[in-house]
Design a protein around this ligand. Structure first.
Ligand code: GCO
Ligand code: MN
Ligand code: MN
Length: 420
């Protein structure tokens, strides 16, 4: 039987094996990417419906310090990750926000996004757009307050994941009315933003919206409710263009990789639909499985090939927004492991996948095959379907050849890796 590894030797073992893994980038190299780390991901204690927590709480100051050490340049947070619900919109909030500003400055980390928690507290039991007008007035105040915190911390993005906008029991809710009420909250956030940006405007030169933030809607198909009123990024895009929003130009989307996979979609196609609409502003990065729970696994641990494809799409269409690492270190990872293994390894897999995507885009085999497919094999004026098919027949084999080449690039086989 193998000899027990006593607790005092375990961190050293983790460190030694982590360094044996190799493949890590320097903090400077990591900071070159627009990568953000969420407070709620780093401080997640492993709790769930059937799971007691396995990790100690971690403060915002500690998270920011660890992110700086690792080389994660941006930090994101929910309002209630750092300010308790009772302290929101009080003098205590201002003190906490000041402390956070100090930690960010001290460690050279920036806040890129603030998001409003509208799902956890009992006040959201019937959702942020519930029937009772006082719930909705409170929801509007909460998102307006998040806009203020965002301006205060210098964020460029705000995210709204409506969470409980849906129901467990059918029949009690008028979905159309609920959508109108939810739009009221987003409108309140945008109007508050316009006022605050107006006050800051003296410096900016161009554009009537100079200084306003980017308001991004995030969808999840199920959880925490059985039925969700805006379950997908496509639904969010339709909502933005529904006529219910007063400032649709200020509102875009924050798709989450796994949330699109969960409902059975191809995340890459969902991202493409947001891209062509000009609304892909923010992106939550993680991994997981189709048609299962929101397991929020670290990027590339489940679907590395699909991730190469996603990053090829984003690279080739010039996506410049943040990559927000909205994943959850597994319950089996310790507090020490969160910052020594989980975050650095996720960031490094992402950078490697990003580079692999770049390599695939520049690969001469893929390039030639893609160009040949686009050139076609025949006469563009032909209206004879049998002749058109025949003229392309051999070219179409290139689909499978490209797929093979992508896997080769992912595995390093394009560099001559073979097994004997
Ligand atoms: C999830 C959601 C959340 C949101 C966050 C931002 O996985 O349940 O993605 O993590 O991203 O609440 O509003
Ligand atoms: Mn998310
Ligand atoms: Mn998720």
């Amino acid at each position: 039987m193998a000899k027990a590894v006593t607790p005092k030797d375990q961190r050293a073992l983790v460190d030694r094996l982590m360094s044996a893994c190799g493949g890590s980038y320097s903090p400077e190299r990591r900071r070159k990417h627009f990568i953000s780390g969420p407070q709620w991901a780093a401080a997640y204690q492993g709790q769930a419906l059937f799971h007691a927590p396995t990790r100690e709480p971690v403060s915002a100051g500690e998270v920011i310090r660890h992110f700086a050490e690792i080389g994660i340049g941006y930090w994101t947070t929910h309002d209630t990750d750092v300010i308790s619900t009772e302290d929101l919109m009080t003098d205590r909030q201002a003190e906490i926000v000041d402390e956070i500003k100090k930690s960010l400055r001290q460690h050279g980390v920036r806040c890129s996004m603030v998001t409003c928690e509208t799902f956890f507290h009992p006040v959201w039991a019937a959702g942020p757009a519930a029937e009772a007008p006082e719930v909705r007035a409170y929801a509007a105040a909460r998102v307006e307050n998040v806009v203020e915190i965002g301006h205060e911390l210098g964020a460029q993005f705000l995210v709204y994941w409506p969470g409980t906008l849906g129901y467990l029991l059918q029949g009690a809710i008028d979905e159309a009315q609920t959508l109108r009420w939810y739009a009221d909250a987003i409108n309140a956030a945008c109007e508050r933003d316009i006022v605050l940006a107006g006050r800051k405007r003296q410096k900016s030169r161009n554009g009537k919206r100079a200084g306003t933030l980017r308001h991004c809607l995030e969808a999840k198909p199920f959880e925490p409710q059985a039925e969700i009123i805006l379950p997908t990024t496509d639904a969010m895009l339709a909502f933005i263009n529904s006529g219910l929003l007063k400032h649709p130009d200020m509102v875009g989307v924050n798709p989450e990789y796994l949330h699109e996979l969960m409902w059975g979609s191809a995340p890459r196609a969902a991202l493409a639909r947001a891209l062509v609409a000009g609304k892909l502003w923010h992106f939550d990065v993680n991994d997981g499985y189709r048609l299962k729970h929101d397991v929020d696994i670290g990027v590339g641990l489940v679907n590395p090939l699909d991730w190469v494809n996603v990053l090829m799409l984003l690279r080739s269409h010039g996506y410049k927004g943040p990559f927000n690492f909205d994943y959850k270190p597994p319950r089996t990872t310790s507090n020490y492991g969160v910052f020594k293994v989980s975050f650095p390894s996720a960031v490094d897999r992402f950078i490697t996948l990003w580079e692999i995507a770049g390599e695939a885009l520049a690969d001469p085999v893929i390039e030639e095959a893609t160009e040949a497919l686009k050139a076609g094999g025949g006469d563009a004026s032909s209206r004879d379907p049998a002749a058109i098919f025949a003229a392309n027949k051999e070219l179409l084999t290139l689909h499978e050849l490209i797929a093979h080449r992508l896997v080769e690039i992912l595995l390093g086989a394009h560099r001559g890796r073979t097994f004997h």
